[in-house]
Design a protein around this ligand. Structure first.
Ligand code: PMP
Length: 409
């Protein structure tokens, strides 16, 4: 095991398996939602006795809570390397953040988006040019360049993932930012799958917006972030209308000028935000250990799967690309749901199966509309994953595919 690795709560929780008995849960589903860090658990436990109303209370505890909430904003700003005057708006999750950005983008903004995106980044736009899945990073850059160049005059926005939730591949966001800039466009990056695995510096990469979710970042559900340029957010009507978003209300309403209160109407998820910021702080101090841990596991899993592949007809996605700890595959002759269920019920392994809210990309990877199978299995590795979990998955896949081979033979 790598030294200095942040610890998660509930690692190895026992789960029942078919035939009796229990085994420690092998959590290979971090890409959907990651377990909670111990440091996050402690931060929330420390905050619980003190929390009170946020922003509008004058009592001591209200002020303590408001300070904690606003300090979390600064922690997040530092975590993504956002510029001092950028907006950092707390949302519910990445989906909410991208919808907020779509709401705030000026009318007539031309959006360019790849079909490889998660639906959260693919669907919210009123008018978008969809580019087909590129074969290589270089092709992504040239396709984006062409599409932006051909976009009508007016505001332009390129939307792209930083790391694919389907293949784990890292996208060339620095080069894409450059291309966006050259074409007078802004770039919004879906960092949901990047920030749990790698540091991100918006300023160094020249990114206009980033969005991510706390629950993939080792904090509980319900808090997310949209960070980036303030001007569109300042000019747009509040995303939600209500208390906090309004500066004064009479016959007419004057909305709060700053983007954060303007788009955070209603009582916010204070504990969720404190948890998210605690996760940001912990990860920022431990990247080296985390990356070493994850790379060792990914190599172990991918080389194990590559050994199984020719005999057991396993197809592995995203060969050769730099990646985060996401490994997706199909097993010939097996429905992905049956693989996932068998892994769960017989081996105590949690993976994800399906189309991962990225239907166009998964369809593309499976060979288009005529594909026999339309789903895959995804292993999402992270801090709650151990070598034993990876080995158990490899053993399970070897055993279950053997059964089929024997039955077929
Ligand atoms: N983008 C990517 C790349 C994701 O992996 C996910 C979650 N699967 C999302 C966006 C959406 O995140 P959330 O469900 O937290 O809104």
């Amino acid at each position: 095991p790598v030294r200095g690795l942040p610890r998660v709560v509930g690692a190895d929780v026992p789960v029942p398996i078919r035939g009796g008995g229990h085994v420690p849960y092998a959590n290979l589903d971090h890409a959907a939602s990651a377990p909670c860090l111990e440091a996050v658990h402690e931060a929330v436990t420390r905050a619980l006795p003190y929390y009170s109303s946020v922003h509008r209370g004058t009592g001591r505890l209200s002020r303590v809570t408001t300070d904690a909430y606003e300090a979390a904003r600064e922690t997040v700003r530092a975590f993504v390397g956002a510029w001092r005057r950028s907006a950092v708006v707390f949302t519910r999750n990445t989906t909410d953040s991208m919808n907020l950005l779509a709401h705030a983008a000026p009318t007539g903004t031309s959006v360019v988006v790849f079909e490889t995106e998660h639906h959260a980044s693919l669907l919210p736009w009123k008018r978008a040019v969809r580019l087909p899945a590129p074969a290589t990073p270089a092709e992504a850059v040239s396709a984006a360049d062409r599409a932006l160049r051909e976009s009508p005059i007016g505001p332009r926005l390129l939307v792209v993932t930083a790391a694919s939730n389907v293949t784990g591949e890292l996208w060339p966001i620095g080069e894409l930012a450059h291309v966006a800039r050259r074409n007078g466009a802004r770039i919004a990056v879906d960092a949901a799958q990047l920030v749990p695995h790698r540091p991100l510096d918006m300023t160094a990469l020249d990114l206009d917006y980033v969005a991510f979710s706390g629950h993939k970042l080792y904090a509980p559900f319900g808090a997310g972030v949209l960070a980036g340029r303030a001007d569109w957010l300042r000019a747009a009507d509040p995303y939600l209308k209500g208390g906090g978003a309004s500066a004064s209300v009479g016959r007419t309403t004057r909305w709060a000028a700053a983007p954060e209160p303007r788009h955070e109407a209603g009582t916010p998820n204070v504990l969720g935000v404190i948890a998210l910021a605690a996760a940001c702080e912990t990860l920022s101090e431990r990247w080296d250990a985390m990356i070493a841990h994850e790379e060792a596991l990914v190599t172990r899993l991918r080389s194990g799967l590559a050994t199984l592949a020719p005999v057991h007809e396993l197809s592995l996605w995203g060969e050769g690309a730099p990646r985060v700890g996401i490994v997706s595959f199909t097993v010939d002759g097996w429905n992905a749901r049956d693989v996932a269920l068998t892994l769960s019920e017989e081996y105590g392994i949690g993976v994800r199966d399906g189309r991962f809210c990225a239907h166009p990309f998964v369809r593309h990877l499976l060979g288009g509309d005529d594909a026999v199978q339309d789903t895959a299995v995804r292993a999402g590795l992270g801090l709650g994953t151990s070598e034993e979990h990876v080995d158990r998955l490899l053993t399970a896949l070897a055993e279950l595919t053997c059964t089929v081979t024997r039955a077929a033979g």
